[in-house]
Design a protein around this ligand. Structure first.
Ligand code: ADP
Ligand code: MG
Length: 256
C-alpha cells in the first residue's frame, strides 16, 4: 500500500528518475545497510542530474543546429591563424555573460560554422538558451512574420536567446526589406545579449552585401562595438578531406 502510494506520488511530482531507479536502489540500500540520509541524497542527486540533462537535451533540440560539432573535435593545428587562447577564453562564456559578440570571418570550409556551433553547445551545457539560423533562413522567417503582422512577436522571441548564431552572412545579398529586418534584430540584441556571426565576406564588402552603405555602417557599428573578431586565413578542411580520399590527387585519373 505505502509503496503503491509512493510510486504514485513520484509520478505526480514527475520525479521520473527516482521512480525509475527506486526498486533496484532500495534493494541495494537494504543489502548495504545504507543510512536514510545517504539514500535520500543519492535519489535526489540522480533526479537533479537527469533533470539537468533533460533540459540540455531539450535546448539542443530547439537550437536549430544543422550538425553537432564540439570545439574539442576542432583541429587547431590545421588552422594555425586562429588564436587558440582567444577560443579558450570564449569557451568560458564570459562573452555571453557580458553580452559581447563574436564574428568569425573566412573563406568556405575553414570551420566557421563548426566553431560557432561548438561555442553554442558550451552555452547550452551551461544552461543558456541558444538559437542558430543561417542568415538566409532567418531573413525569410522575418519576412514571413512581417507579412503575417507578427514581426514584433518574432523579434521578441529572438531577443530572448542569450546567444543567437547567425551563420553565413554574405553568401546571398540582402534586398532592402531583408537589410532592414536584419538591422532590427541587431538593434534588439545590441548590448543586451550575444550574437555570433559568420561570414565569408570582409567588412569592406558589407556595403555590397546589404546593398546600402548607411545600413551596413549602422549594423557594423553596433555589432563591432563589443566584439571579438576572428579572421581565419587558411585552407578548407572540406578539401583536405577530399584530398585524402584521392579525389584531388593529381594522378587520380591516371590511376587504374
Ligand atoms: N580545423 C578543423 N578541424 C576539424 N574539423 C573541421 C575543421 N575545419 C572544418 N572542419 C569540418 O569541416 C566541415 C566544414 O566546416 P564548416 O564549419 O562548415 O566550415 P565553414 O562554415 O567555414 O564553411 C565541417 O564538417 C567541420 O566540422
Ligand atoms: Mg559554414
Amino acid at each position: 500500500m505505502d509503496y503503491e502510494k509512493l510510486k504514485n506520488n513520484l509520478e505526480k511530482l514527475k520525479l521520473m528518475r527516482i521512480n525509475e531507479i527506486l526498486d533496484n536502489y532500495l534493494e541495494r540500500a537494504e543489502k548495504e545497510k545504507l543510512g536514510i540520509i545517504e539514500i535520500l541524497n543519492y535519489l535526489f542527486e540522480e533526479e537533479l542530474k537527469s533533470k539537468i540533462q533533460r533540459s540540455i537535451d531539450m535546448k539542443m533540440r530547439m537550437s536549430g543546429f544543422p550538425f553537432i560539432k564540439k570545439i574539442e573535435s576542432y583541429d587547431f593545428n590545421f588552422q594555425p591563424s586562429i588564436d587558440r587562447k582567444l577560443i579558450s577564453d570564449l569557451e568560458t562564456l564570459k562573452f555571453v555573460y557580458n553580452a559581447e559578440n563574436v564574428v568569425l570571418l573566412g573563406p568556405p570550409g575553414v570551420g566557421k560554422t563548426h566553431l560557432a556551433i561548438g561555442l553554442g553547445i558550451k552555452a547550452i551545457e551551461a544552461g543558456l538558451n541558444v538559437y542558430y539560423s543561417n542568415c538566409h533562413n532567418l531573413i525569410l522567417s522575418l519576412k514571413q512574420a512581417n507579412y503575417e503582422n507578427r514581426l514584433k512577436h518574432k523579434l521578441n522571441t529572438l531577443a530572448k536567446y542569450k546567444l543567437l548564431i547567425i551563420d553565413e552572412i554574405g553568401y546571398l545579398p540582402f534586398d532592402k526589406e531583408g537589410a532592414n529586418l536584419f538591422f532590427q534584430v541587431i538593434v534588439r540584441k545590441y548590448e543586451k545579449h550575444s550574437i555570433i556571426i559568420t561570414s565569408n565576406r570582409r567588412f569592406s564588402e558589407w556595403d555590397e552585401v546589404f546593398g546600402d552603405k548607411i545600413i551596413a555602417a549602422a549594423i557594423l557599428d553596433r555589432l563591432l562595438h563589443h566584439a571579438y573578431v576572428i579572421a581565419i586565413n587558411g585552407k578548407s578542411y572540406r578539401l583536405k578531406e577530399r584530398k585524402n580520399s584521392g579525389l584531388f590527387d593529381n594522378n587520380y585519373f591516371a590511376k587504374k
